[in-house]
Design a protein around this ligand. Structure first.
Ligand code: ADP
Ligand code: MG
Length: 316
C-alpha cells in the first residue's frame, strides 16, 4: 500500500468530517490553510510520542489514536483555547492495515469529542512515532499562561489525580478487575479539560496541564511567576478507585504521577468567589500562592522528604 492510498483510505475521511469554517483547506495540497478570525490569537503546540518511550510497545492502536490527540489537545485546554485543527506526522515501520484502521478510529473518536479537525500531515517509514501539532484560538491577548500567579492566589486542580499513574501497573494485566479497569481507562482515554480551560479565561491568573505530576507541573507555574506556594496533600482530590487499588500510596501518586491531563490553576480570591458554580465544582482548592519562592508541602512529610521538598505537618 502506497503512501497516498494510505492517506486516502485512513486519514482523508477524518478531514472530510471536519466541522470548522476556520479550516479553509485540508489535506491534499502543499499546505493546509487556516483562517484566524479577527480578534483571535492563534495558539499552537506540537507533541511527539515515541513507541516504548511515551506509550508501551504493541500498544492498542485505537487507544494510541485517542491518547495522542488528547495529550496534544490538553495543551490547548491549559491555554484556554478553542481547538480548530491539527496535523499528523506519522512514522510507521510498516503499513499494517488493521493497525491503521484502529489508529484512525481512535483519532476519529477523539477529533469528534474535542471538536478538532485533521488538516494535513506527513507519512514516513521508521520506528513507530506519532507527532501532532494542534492549533486553536483565543480572544486576542487572553491566552492563559504560566507566569501570572500572584501572592495570595488560590491553587486549584481539576478532577482527580493519580489514576492514570496507577494504571501503569495494570497495562499488561490479562483480566483487570472492574476497579483496575476504571484507572486503566483514565490512562487510555484522558479527556483534555477544554471547556473548563475556556471558562477560566479572564479569571485564572495562571494555568498548566498536569502531564508530569502535580508537584513537577505546579513548580513550572511558580518558577514562571516568580512566586512560591504552600499546598496541603490532604486536600488533594483522590478517586475511590485509586484508593482501592493503591491504598496508602494513593496520595503519593496524586502528588507525583503524570498522565492525568487535569488542569492546575491559580486564581485570585475575588475571581474565585465570582466563579459560576458549575465551574467551581470542577475544581478543588489545594493551597495558596506565597511571595517566597519554593513549594511547601503540608500533610505528607514522608513523601515530601522523598521528593526533596520542605514539609510541614504529619502523614495521616
Ligand atoms: P509534500 O511532499 O508537499 O510535503 P506529502 O506528499 O508529504 O506532501 O503529503 C501530501 C498531502 O497529504 C499533504 O497535503 C499532506 O498534508 C497530506 N498528508 C500526508 N500524510 C498525512 C497524514 N498522515 N495524515 C493526513 N494528511 C497527510
Ligand atoms: Mg511531506
Amino acid at each position: 500500500m502506497g503512501e497516498f492510498e494510505l492517506i486516502r483510505q485512513f486519514f482523508q475521511p477524518l478531514a472530510d468530517r471536519a466541522v470548522t469554517d476556520q479550516l479553509i483547506l485540508g489535506p491534499g495540497d502543499d499546505c493546509a490553510i487556516q483562517r484566524v478570525p479577527p480578534g483571535r490569537d492563534l495558539v499552537f503546540s506540537v507533541d511527539t510520542l515515541v513507541e516504548g518511550v511515551h506509550f508501551p510497545e504493541h500498544y492498542h492502536p485505537e487507544y494510541l489514536g485517542w491518547r495522542a490527540l488528547a495529550v496534544a489537545t490538553s495543551d490547548l485546554a491549559a491555554m484556554g483555547a478553542m481547538p480548530v485543527c491539527y496535523t499528523l506526522a506519522l512514522t510507521l515501520p510498516e503499513a499494517d492495515q488493521n493497525w491503521l484502521a484502529g489508529f484512525a478510529r481512535g483519532l476519529a473518536r477523539a477529533s469528534e469529542a474535542f471538536g478538532i479537525a485533521l488538516a494535513g500531515g506527513d507519512t514516513t517509514r521508521g520506528p513507530l512515532t506519532v507527532t501532532l501539532q494542534v492549533h486553536g484560538t483565543v480572544a486576542t491577548g487572553t491566552g492563559l499562561r504560566r507566569n501570572g500567579a500572584q501572592s495570595g492566589d488560590l491553587v486549584c486542580v481539576s478532577g482527580t489525580l493519580g489514576d492514570a499513574g496507577a494504571a501503569l501497573d495494570f497495562l499488561a494485566a490479562p483480566e483487570p478487575s472492574a476497579v483496575q479497569q476504571q484507572v486503566l481507562s483514565r490512562y487510555h482515554f484522558p479527556e483534555p479539560r477544554l471547556f473548563l480551560g475556556q471558562q477560566l479565561v479572564g479569571r485564572a491568573s495562571a494555568a498548566i496541564d498536569i502531564s508530569d505530576g502535580l508537584l513537577a507541573d505546579l513548580q513550572h507555574i511558580l518558577q514562571a511567576s516568580g512566586v512560591g506556594a504552600r499546598i496541603n496533600a490532604q486536600d488533594l482530590p483522590v478517586s475511590a478507585a485509586l484508593r482501592q487499588v493503591r491504598g496508602e500510596q494513593a496520595l503519593e501518586l496524586a502528588l507525583t504521577a503524570g498522565d492525568d491531563y487535569q488542569l492546575c490553576i491559580t486564581i485570585g480570591q475575588e475571581q474565585w468567589s465570582q466563579l459560576p458554580d458549575p465551574v467551581k465544582q470542577e475544581l478543588t482548592v489545594i493551597g495558596r500562592i506565597e511571595p517566597q519562592p519554593g513549594l511547601r508541602l503540608e500533610g505528607a512529610p514522608r513523601i515530601a522528604a522523598k521528593a526533596g521538598f520542605d514539609h510541614f505537618g504529619s502523614d495521616v
